[in-house]
Design a protein around this ligand. Structure first.
Ligand SMILES: Nc1ncnc2c1ncn2[C@@H]1O[C@H](COP(=O)(O)OP(=O)(O)O)[C@@H](O)[C@H]1O
Ligand SMILES: [Mg+2]
Length: 317
């Protein structure tokens, strides 16, 4: 257990998840989804919610609308013991919504950003920043209010003595306009998935892509879906096998749950190997239930599920 406190800065939205969809949507026609879930969405909120349940003291900084979806987001975070004192209500924008069309291992998302665009560098509680040990930011490309200041924000967090992590997530515009040379020196742990790393660097080969960002990075952690994960820094280049499970439901929030597991161990001062393993474990756990937070309902539930994941995988020491 760690007594360290994490501040998660990021976007907030609800997820409307459609599963078992009969075909692909086409203009002028209607298709049916045989299963639907309504959950807390957003990469940042899923990470915050799950790392909180894992026992880390977690505070969220973000913006929601003055509406029912905003109430739902707030209730869900509070239910997971996340401190919401730095979540603001926007008067002009509605709470963000993502409609997720989930097909087996992958999904197509439509996001209405709404109030998530209202978050900016001044929303961050700089006068209280010394109360925190770590800052995590996710979904850079969705957050217009912080995009231009991302390097400034990470530099200031580092100067304030915090460790930092960043998960860019996918760029819906596919422009990949992120100045990694300027920002990554202030990011202790950079957490892309393989696709995002290749798109960001404009490369097709993982090794070449790593070579591009390595000179500017501290630790790079690449999420490899069903293939587990890999960590690269000046001292190590290690891979960790996934925890395959038979209860697979969807991959929503697997990356955010991985982030929660990895950062939990990082804050405890664990080895890179143990951080990766715990990331893989939590990523796999997330895929056993719908959405990104359902599998993290309580510590007891997590412990029972983890036991079966460990028994069914032989990649433990
Ligand atoms: N089908 C799966 N079985 C077991 N583990 C998985 C599966 N899919 C994802 N994971 C775990 O979750 C992590 C994050 O998932 P990934 O899909 O790579 O990230 P993202 O959600 O960001 O695209 C992976 O590194 C892996 O450890
Ligand atoms: Mg991701």
């Amino acid at each position: 257990m760690t007594s360290k406190k994490i501040l998660v800065v990021g976007e907030l939205n609800i997820d409307l998840i459609l599963n078992k969809i009969q075909g692909f949507p086409k203009i002028g026609t209607e298709i049916v989804a045989d299963s639907m879930d309504f959950t807390l969405g957003s990469s940042s909120a899923i990470m915050a919610s799950n790392i909180s349940i894992l026992g880390v003291d977690t505070t969220f900084c973000g913006v929601i609308g003055n509406d029912n979806f905003g109430d739902f987001v707030l209730n869900q975070l509070q239910f997971k013991k996340v401190d919401t004192q730095f979540i603001q209500r926007s008067e002009k924008s509605k709470t963000g919504v993502t409609v997720v069309m989930s097909y087996d291992q992958d999904r197509a998302n439509i996001t209405y950003c709404g109030a998530m665009k209202d978050l900016n560098k001044n929303s961050i509680p700089w006068s209280d920043i010394q109360n925190f040990h770590h800052m995590h930011i996710s979904s850079y490309f969705l957050q217009e209010g912080i995009k231009d200041d991302i390097s400034w924000i990470f530099k200031k967090a580092k100067e304030s003595g915090l460790s930092t992590s960043l998960d860019l997530q996918y760029d819906p515009e596919e422009k990949w306009d992120f100045n990694y040379k300027e920002c990554l020196p202030y990011v202790d742990i950079f957490l892309p998935n393989e696709d995002e790393l290749l798109m960001l660097t404009g490369q097709e080969n993982q090794e070449v892509a790593i070579g591009k960002i390595k000179p500017f990075s501290n630790t790079i952690v690449i999420k490899l879906g069903k293939n587990g994960s890999r960590l690269i820094n000046n001292k190590s280049d290690i891979k960790a096998a996934p925890y395959l499970n038979k209860k697979y439901k969807d991959a929503i929030g697997a990356g955010d749950s991985f982030n929660a597991g990895f950062i939990q161990k990082f804050l405890e001062g664990a080895s890179p190997e143990d951080c990766l393993k715990n990331g893989n474990l939590m990523g796999s756990l997330s895929t056993t239930c719908a959405g990104g937070t359902t599998a993290f309902s309580s510590k007891e539930h997590i412990e029972a599920q983890i036991e079966s994941l460990l028994i069914n995988n032989n990649n433990e020491d």
